[in-house]
Each structure stands twice: as structure tokens, then as C-alpha cells.
Design a protein around this ligand. Structure first.
Ligand SMILES: Nc1ncnc2c1ncn2[C@@H]1O[C@H](COP(=O)(O)OP(=O)(O)OP(=O)(O)O)[C@@H](O)[C@H]1O
Ligand SMILES: [Mg+2]
Length: 228
């Protein structure tokens, strides 16, 4: 069981500086599993995700993610860890001064991929994957919010990560676009990746039920998933 986990936290504390946001966090995600993290605003969802992509240090407890030990992570390991993760944010975080293709090529080059035709092929593949095969030449502002979020998911897929960390990916989308995005995430999971998604959107939990953890009372609790 341990060997198939792409992510494991044991007795972990999630800290924002001196402020202990969550204590005694235990979480395990197996390969191909989809998990939600819910909780009130300020309860620690983003802090938990930041710890997982090493934006915040893990200073107590144990943690491993895609083969990296979060307690013994060196500064120079962090870019390599992040290449093994697809990270998706609420606000898309596209570079607005360049086209969709250029956004994707920028990430490939920044992660050491210099071969133009290989990059073009990879970009075509991820754009097809997110249902945007003809939108590569568009500037981000020429796309709807839902399309921009698809591009950010294409970007997250570039390095073929086994695990996607998504922090309120539907937070800026209307209900229809949110559902479409969820269908896309479900397809991505069905292709063998794991997904950890922080969300406020309780309607989605009911429509797309998965194991759900809740940040509450300073810890991460498992909740019973309703399947209406
Ligand atoms: N950069 C920061 N520096 C210091 N404290 C922070 C920082 N970011 C968040 N916090 C604090 O950490 C706690 C958890 O915040 P966090 O952003 O993880 O919550 P959240 O569950 O993601 O909330 P939301 O639903 O509003 O996104 C809060 O008390 C918050 O004030
Ligand atoms: Mg947050």
C-alpha cells in the first residue's frame, strides 16, 4: 500500500511562519485516486497545498510526495519536485503578454526542454487533451475563463505528472464551466493520475463524489461522502 502512495503525510503540522494552521495531519493518496479538501475560508486548504508543493516547509511530522521526502528537501530539489506535480490555481496564472502556445512553450523551456519540434508535439498533445486543439494562437484575454483554466490544466500536464494539486480550480468559473472542468479532471484521473483538489463548491462534491477531507478545528478530518 505504502509503495503505491503518490502522497503521504503523517502527523504533519502545517505552518504559516509561527502560526500553526493545521496539526496532526494524516493524508494518503494512492495512484489514480481523486481527493477533495474542503473547509471554511482561512481553515488551511491553500496552506496544506503549499506545503505539498514546497512553498511552505514541512517542519514537523513526515511527508513524501511523488518520491520526494518533504522533511529533507533541499532548495535545489524544489524545481524537480514541481516538475513531477501539475499545479492548478483559481486565477489561472497565465502570462497575459503571450499566446497560449507561447505560455506552454515557456514552461517547457523553463524545465529544460529546448527541442522545438518535440515541444510543438507536446503542446499539440496537451491542447488536444484539454479540448483546445485550435486555440493555441489565441492570447489569454481572447479566451473565456473556462478556456483559460483549460490552458492552465494543459500547462499542468506538460511534464506528465503523476499527481495534480488544484487549489479551487473552479473558483472563478460559473456553474456550467465548473462542471465541464470537473469532467476534464475526471478524464485526466481516468488516465491514471491522482488529483488533490481544494474547493468551496459543495454542489460539485455531490455531483462528482470522491473521498473528502475537511480542514476543521485546526486539523484535517475525513468526512463521510454523501452520494446523492
Ligand atoms: N502568506 C501568509 N502569511 C501568513 N499567514 C497566512 C498566509 N497565508 C495564509 N495565512 C494564514 O493561514 C491560515 C490558513 O489560510 P489558507 O490560505 O491556507 O486558508 P484557505 O482554507 O485556503 O482559505 P480560502 O478558502 O479563503 O482560500 C489563515 O489563518 C491565514 O490567515
Ligand atoms: Mg485558499
Amino acid at each position: 500500500m505504502e509503495s503505491t502512495a503518490v502522497l503521504s503525510l503523517r502527523n504533519a503540522s502545517i505552518l504559516q511562519g509561527d502560526h500553526r494552521v493545521l496539526s496532526d495531519v494524516n493524508l494518503e493518496i494512492a495512484s489514480g485516486e481523486f481527493i477533495y479538501v474542503i473547509g471554511a475560508t482561512g481553515s488551511g486548504k491553500s496552506s496544506l497545498l503549499k506545503t505539498l508543493y514546497a512553498d511552505l516547509p514541512l517542519e514537523s511530522g513526515e511527508g513524501s510526495i511523488v518520491g520526494y521526502d518533504l522533511r529533507n528537501l533541499k532548495e535545489r530539489d524544489i524545481p524537480y519536485l514541481r516538475r513531477q506535480l501539475g499545479i492548478v490555481f483559481q486565477d489561472f496564472q497565465l502570462l497575459m503578454d503571450r499566446s497560449v502556445r507561447e505560455n506552454l512553450d515557456f514552461v517547457l523551456r523553463a524545465t529544460g526542454h529546448e527541442n522545438r519540434s518535440e515541444n510543438d508535439d507536446r503542446i499539440d498533445t496537451v491542447l488536444r487533451r484539454v479540448g483546445m486543439p485550435t486555440k493555441g494562437h489565441k492570447m489569454p484575454h481572447q479566451l473565456s475563463g473556462g478556456e483559460q483554466q483549460r490552458v492552465s490544466i494543459a500547462r499542468a500536464l506538460l511534464n506528465d505528472p503523476p499527481l495534480i494539486l488544484a487549489d479551487e480550480p473552479t473558483g472563478n468559473l460559473d456553474p456550467h464551466m465548473s462542471e465541464e472542468l470537473m469532467h476534464l479532471l475526471e478524464e485526466i484521473r481516468a488516465s491514471g493520475r491522482s488529483i488533490l483538489m481544494a474547493t468551496h463548491d459543495y454542489a460539485l462534491l455531490l455531483k462528482f463524489p470522491h473521498t473528502t477531507y475537511r480542514c476543521v478545528n485546526g486539523t484535517l478530518a475525513t468526512t463521510v461522502q454523501k452520494t446523492l
